[in-house]
Design a protein around this ligand. Sequence first.
Ligand SMILES: C[S@@+](CC[C@H](N)C(=O)[O-])C[C@H]1O[C@@H](n2cnc3c(N)ncnc32)[C@H](O)[C@@H]1O
Ligand SMILES: [Zn+2]
Length: 316
Amino acid sequence: MEFKHKSVLLEETTKYLNIRPDGIYVDGTLGGGGHAYEVCRRLSGDGKFIGIDQDGDAVGAAAKKLSEFEGRVRIARSNYCQMRQVLEGYGISQVDGIVLDLGVSSYQLDDPKRGFTYRDGDAPLDMRMDDRQEFTAKDLVNTYSEMELYRVIRDYGEDKFAKNIAKHIVAARKQKEIGTAGELTELIKAAIPAKVRMNGGHPAKRTFQAIRIELNGELDVLQGSLKDMIGMLKPEGRICVITFHSLEDRIVKNIFRDCENPCTCPKDFPVCICGKTSLGKAVTRKPVLPSEEEMEENPRAKSAKLRVFERGKSSG
Ligand SMILES: C[S@@+](CC[C@H](N)C(=O)[O-])C[C@H]1O[C@@H](n2cnc3c(N)ncnc32)[C@H](O)[C@@H]1O
Ligand SMILES: [Zn+2]
């Protein structure tokens, strides 16, 4: 299957990275290498690029796409939460820029074998970005308690009918294990009032997104590693993060704010005594959004937000 994926906020991300031709750049969510290609073609001299993705197919596709830059490119199949170890493996401790373009690629969504899509009824319920992990969406749907399913569908899918969907899932699996995307989709449809089903988007979209986020630990990984990535930037180095979900964007916004102003002293203290120093500043006060044109051309871009942080000249 051909790796088809339209990169989101491509021009904006490339611009905000402030690429230095002889710098070192990392993409922690390499995908098909769309953003990576734009970075690599701006490098020369000692310029280096390291691409990381936990998906074996993405790593293969990106290696092909970036083959013309062979000498300066390294690609690792890993989770971006392991970025420090990956870089150390290449003898690198600090970098000039990092890109994260979160979530799944269109390639992953469109391949029925991967089980991310509700569009192919017979597709197995899989949804693992990294197939070295054993626990699949099928395991999640058949083992999580009703309360846990409710929480996941409510928080990560923001679905008004989360409670009822969780109830239907648990009732159905008492009769028979839920095995395919089609079976799950039918259950979701049955849990949503007919009037809403007719008017909204696809009724299964939100639940599938929620299960994917939970299964791949997407928010925990981001929350647990973003500050550390800022710590890997050289002075004036930048990190660009593209999110697709309000909870993801909130994590990025809050971590950027805390890294800019980490002082925990009471407001009325005349001087700081906590000793926590700023790591730099958020370059974008408000997130950068795709243009109307991009949103029209690429429906995936509609929920995208880019935030950028710059490491201070002499910070921490
Ligand atoms: C939206 S796509 C990236 C597309 C890429 N920027 C491009 O323009 O072609 C997201 C990619 O990140 C990968 N990914 C998501 N979370 C990851 C993580 N925690 N560690 C490594 N890769 C991750 C997915 O496997 C997917 O290939
Ligand atoms: Zn303080």
